[in-house]
Design a protein around this ligand. Structure first.
Ligand code: C5P
Length: 403
């Protein structure tokens, strides 16, 4: 997702600096190349050796140090970087950044940066509330190409509890992905379904399937990175999407949690009229027990019959209701005659696109981190996305259906 990206990490002197080596590790794991610049005080909290070892490059912390290859790192580093992160950003550094003061390695580097910057503030709650800090953060939030994150509430290092904590590294990663993605879906409202449904049998049992929701969640995140307002109707999964606390205005990403197919149907009907695109990624149970027993069904020594009723087909219902400006995308997981079944579904459900995954393809389908799909369009389009991570498949799907 960040492969080949050059990320410049600027660290200032707050206790939250101890979390930045972990952030650097996450950036590198995601494929990015990392360079680090710090204020002098940051190195009281995290060592130069740690930062140099993890990033694999010298740390730029002293404008006049002889170690610098040439004395203009504050220009060459911003030129090299695709994005700069300032985390933690102390009230001191925020004030300097907002006022255009450049008196050390980090702030001179920031002053020369003309590409996206993600700022994650961290400080004591009283410092956070000070009008000077608030003004600096709101000034920065209004700059173009700036994603000014907000502090979060919780325990603070000074022993109190209040608003001043730095956003977690996972949330900063999410902000970085958002800031680096071109906004090709800006202004679009996108509804998705994801995960399995659970159809209750009795107070302790249900019918369900192996869906984990990974593909639907990856599609929802990618749509949000591209600037869309996203409503994700999710069946029960273990997944979550790190929320990005921000002072810069970001599009909404709402998760509506449902359990059964009929709850998913109701939620989809409610949100569809205000949506431009609906992506039906959920593995909706086709059948539900005709009756949910109020008490636990007792074990008996002979076979029992379990009468089932058919659930409503959400994708087909949306396909029937869709207006001219709306697009409906369905998924199909097939085990045989894949292409024929996919094309039949595309037509019968009045879909605009159908994404086919075959259980016969190794690495594709339920629970895996990878997928391989073929996308069919109602106008005869066909696009194959090779075996890739579900994040990369989400990119391939949005690239294809946004055309
Ligand atoms: O017919 P089949 O279940 O294979 O179709 C799969 C597609 O239909 C998926 O997009 C799935 O989310 C959707 N679907 C639905 N409601 C159902 C069953 C399937 O929206 N009850």
């Amino acid at each position: 997702m960040l492969s080949g990206k050059h990320i410049l990490v600027g660290i200032s002197g707050g206790i939250a600096a101890y979390k930045i080596p972990e952030l650097i590790r996450m950036l590198i794991k995601a494929g990015a190349e990392v360079r680090v610049t710090t204020t002098r005080h940051a190195l009281e909290f995290v060592t130069e050796l740690t930062l140099r070892t993890l990033s694999g490059a010298p740390v730029y912390s002293d404008v006049f140090a002889a170690i610098n290859a040439h004395a203009t790192e504050h220009i060459s580093l911003p030129d090299w970087a695709d994005l700069m992160i300032v985390a933690p950003a102390t009230s001191n550094v925020l004030g300097k950044m907002a006022a255009g003061i450049a008196d050390d390695a980090l702030t001179t580097t920031f002053a020369a940066m003309r590409k996206p910057v993600v700022v994650a503030p961290a400080m004591n709650d009283k410092m956070y509330q000070h009008p000077a800090t608030q003004q600096a953060m709101h000034t920065l939030a209004a700059y173009p190409d700036m994603l000014m994150m907000d502090c979060v509430s919780g325990d603070l290092a000074c022993g109190t509890n209040g608003k001043g904590r730095m956003a977690e590294p996972e949330q900063i990663m999410e902000a970085v992905r958002y800031a680096l993605t071109p906004k090709t879906l800006r202004g679009k409202r996108i509804m998705l379904t994801a995960g399995p449904t659970q159809e209750k049998l009795d107070p302790v049992r249900y019918l369900s399937n192996y869906s984990t929701g990974k593909m639907g969640y990856a599609l929802a995140r990618e749509a949000w990175y591209r600037g869309a307002e996203v409503t994700l109707i999710s069946g029960p999964t273990h997944l979550s999407i790190p929320a990005v606390p921000a002072l810069t205005t970001l599009p909404a990403l709402n998760i509506v949690s449902v359990c059964s197919a009929s709850e998913m149907y109701e939620a989809a009907m409610q949100h569809f009229p205000a949506s431009d695109t609906a992506v039906m990624c959920a593995a909706v149970a086709d059948y539900a027990p005709q009756q949910e027993s109020a008490v636990k069904i007792k074990r008996i020594e002979h076979e029992i019959q379990l009468p089932l009723r058919a659930n409503k087909d959400i994708a087909a219902a949306l396909g029937e209701r869709k207006q001219a400006h709306q697009t409906v995308v369905g998924f199909a997981l097939e085990t045989d005659h894949e292409e024929q079944h996919a094309l039949d579904k595309l037509a019968h459900k009045h879909l605009d696109w159908l994404v086919l995954n075959s259980l016969r393809d190794a690495g594709a389908g339920f629970g895996t981190d990878t997928n391989k799909v073929t996308i069919f369009g109602s106008k005869g389009q066909k696009k194959e996305c090779p075996l890739l991570s579900k994040e990369a498949i989400a990119t391939c799907i949005w690239d294809t259906i946004s055309l």
